[in-house]
Ligand binder design. Structure first.
Ligand code: GLA
Length: 373
């Protein structure tokens, strides 16, 4: 009997990689995560650093499916919303943890023009959201795990065909997740095209620093570097103005409890769902743009990015999702900080450009770094 158990244990053991000569140091694990309807296997890669922080990434959608981080007492919790199995993601996910593209956030009526030609992104209702009907969040990515000098990583590649979801050009895309020893999950994006196109990628992780199943995030404190934002209309298409946050409920330039002015934000549903502006161009190196602290656990999330904007979303549309371990995810149970170029950039001449031409490289780096005090 004992032999059977040990045999089963061996069969069930995930593929495992560690840094040379270390048993407890940085590692990655590779485990099956179900099959797509056509039978293609999806894999989960779990990156582990020397502090015991564990982040798992799916080859489907490049989804950050879990992020286990310690509180001030060293107790670990999973701080991102998600599902236990692939079915959860396939049945309808509100973009939990995924790579979002080719056009993150909204493109008005799904239409834009490049070099005098009009293009229509799929699924506009009334506006295109997050890259159309079957965006990068619903694609299977080729995945290559590796131990790198910066930590365990998984490199995801996907070539989006010319015309896919209405976007021109074959877009060769690489997204590399690396779990650094400073507890930063670093995301490096690279894309090239063979025709002029538009590209705006982000990650759509839903965080709750008290734990994915811990309820509302309205008691978290947020500080944003942004002193401006892009006001929008009722359907969240920017007016084109870049307005100061001073004197509005969008002023997070000093640490502020997220729930304090929630009702003043207006909108339907009520809550934050807005692009904040901390720059007008992509930076060479990722800089700190957001800090979130959760008072009870002491967990802190810092967001560093090369991108000029960040979408703050407080899970206003959540409500019907049943996630990991049967957790009921309700409105305001998570927040997203989506580092990006501004919404509807292809139609906004005064916003930093998202056009990518043949011979150019789209590069973006964003780091979600956790600590506790
Ligand atoms: C973004 C959008 C929101 C919502 C979520 C996904 O944050 O700005 O309006 O669509 O994605 O539900």
């Amino acid at each position: 009997m004992r032999r059977l158990f040990s045999l089963l244990a061996v069969l069930a053991a995930p593929l495992f990689g560690t840094a040379a000569g270390s048993g407890t140091g940085p590692a990655f694990e590779e485990t099956p995560f179900g099959k797509l309807p056509d039978g293609t296997a999806v894999t989960r890669y779990t990156l582990v650093n020397k502090n015991g922080v564990r982040v798992s990434i799916l080859s489907y959608g490049g989804i950050v499916a879990s992020f286990e981080a310690p509180d001030r007492a060293g107790k670990f919790a999973d701080i991102v919303l998600g599902f236990d199995d692939l079915k959860g993601y396939l049945d309808g996910s509100p973009y939990f943890g995924c790579i979002t593209g080719r056009g993150a956030n909204r493109i008005a009526a799904g239409k834009f023009s490049l070099a005098g030609k009009e293009y229509t992104v799929t699924g506009a209702n009334p506006h295109a959201l997050h890259g159309g009907t079957k965006g990068f969040d619903k694609r299977l990515w080729k995945a290559e795990p590796a131990m790198t000098a910066n930590g365990p990583s998984v490199k995801l590649t996907y070539t989006s065909k010319d015309g896919e979801e209405g976007f021109p050009g074959n877009l060769a895309t690489t997204v590399t997740y690396t779990l650094q020893s400073d507890n930063g999950l670093r995301i490096d994006y690279l894309a090239t095209t063979d025709k002029p196109t538009v590209v705006n990628l982000t990650n759509h992780s839903y965080f709750n620093l008290a734990g994915h199943n811990a309820g509302e995030i309205l008691g978290h404190t947020l500080q944003l570097v942004a002193d401006k934002y892009t006001p929008g209309d009722a359907a969240m298409i920017p007016t084109g103005k870049i307005a100061p946050v001073a004197g509005t409920p969008f002023d997070f330039t000093t640490p502020t409890v997220i729930g304090t002015r929630l009702k003043e934000t207006g909108g339907d549903p009520v809550g934050y769902d807005l692009n904040f502006v901390h720059g007008m161009k992509r930076e060479e190196n990722a800089k700190l743009v957001a800090t979130v602290t959760e008072p009870k656990s002491g967990r802190i999330l810092e967001v560093l990015t090369t991108e000029p904007g960040v979408q703050l979303y407080t899970g206003n549309f959540l409500g019907k999702e049943v996630g990991k371990g049967g957790a009921a995810y309700k409105q305001y149970h998570a927040f997203c900080l989506e580092a990006q170029h501004f919404p509807d950039s292809p139609n906004q001449p005064d916003f930093p450009s998202v056009t990518l031409k043949p011979g150019e490289e789209y590069r973006q780096t964003t780091v979600y770094r956790v600590s506790a005090k």
